[in-house]
Design a protein around this ligand. Structure first.
Ligand SMILES: C[S@@+](CC[C@H](N)C(=O)[O-])C[C@H]1O[C@@H](n2cnc3c(N)ncnc32)[C@H](O)[C@@H]1O
Length: 234
């Protein structure tokens, strides 16, 4: 699989109306392509202004299908199709307690918060202090003040609030960090990009009393997980 070609940084020139039109167009495209199926994820994505989670010099590219750089080491905001790609098979729904590993820009976190609603809870962990601060400010500016934001190694999960109905890992791992499987409730689902035989598979796990059922969704390309269960020691 080839890498992404990131557009060059430039002064933003688009208005709120331009972005709003682009968002609507993108949602239609995601539906046509078969990524976006459920009303609740569609509603959430139409509510959250993705451009408000993107660094100034990349804002004009908010709705392009490319990951864009964020403050921090190798951090990126994933491309727009990534969110339904992860959240649809997860079956993320109203009332879920959701753990995200890899907060990034905070965009996916905000979309998840819209999906789970006030009856649910979103916990998100980010290892990079610069990225964490960027996301924290974005979420604060957008009025999301009931999300639990944790600065640290998401490979360890966040046992304080476990167990979780759904877990999403947004960076590629060599193995699913065992603490995350432990912190998933019985009947819960976890999704993560897994490095296997030189490429990355998006893998969905479902935990039952007796076993973990595994399904490969498709091939993907994500930045590597850092920390104890990370790909490199940094
Ligand atoms: C692809 S980005 C996440 C994009 C995010 N979903 C968004 O909407 O912007 C992956 C993120 O995982 C973070 N990360 C990598 N290893 C991590 C770890 N062990 N714990 C927590 N975050 C980690 C990276 O710093 C990066 O911000």
């Amino acid at each position: 699989m080839q890498g992404w070609i990131i557009p060059l940084p430039k002064e933003p020139s688009k208005s709120k109306e331009d972005f709003s039109k682009e968002r609507k167009k993108k949602l239609k495209w995601l539906i046509r392509q078969g990524y976006l199926k459920s009303e609740r994820i569609k509603d959430a994505m139409s509510k959250v202004p993705r451009e408000d989670f993107i660094p100034l010099m990349y804002k004009d590219y908010s709705y392009l299908e490319v990951p864009l750089p964020l403050p921090g080491k190798k951090a990126t905001i994933s491309c727009p199709h990534s969110y339904p790609l992860f959240y649809e098979p997860l079956g993320l729904d109203t009332g879920h307690k959701f753990l995200e590993v890899g907060l990034g820009s905070g965009y996916g976190t905000a979309v998840a918060r819209e999906i789970v609603g006030p009856e649910g809870l979103v916990v998100s962990i980010e290892i990079d202090p610069l990225t964490f601060e960027f996301a924290r400010k974005n979420l604060e500016n957008e009025g999301y003040n009931d999300i639990v934001l944790v600065k640290g190694d998401g490979g360890l999960g966040y046992p304080e609030m476990s167990s979780y109905d759904r877990i999403c890992v947004t960076a590629a791992c060599l193995e699913i960090p065992p603490p995350l499987i432990e912190q998933l409730r019985i009947g819960g689902r976890l999704i993560a990009p897994l490095i296997e035989f030189g490429s990355q598979n998006l893998v969905l796990l479902e935990k039952s009393e007796k076993e973990i059922i595994r399904k490969v969704i498709c091939q993907v390309l994500y930045v590597s997980l850092r920390g104890i269960y990370g790909v490199s020691e940094d």
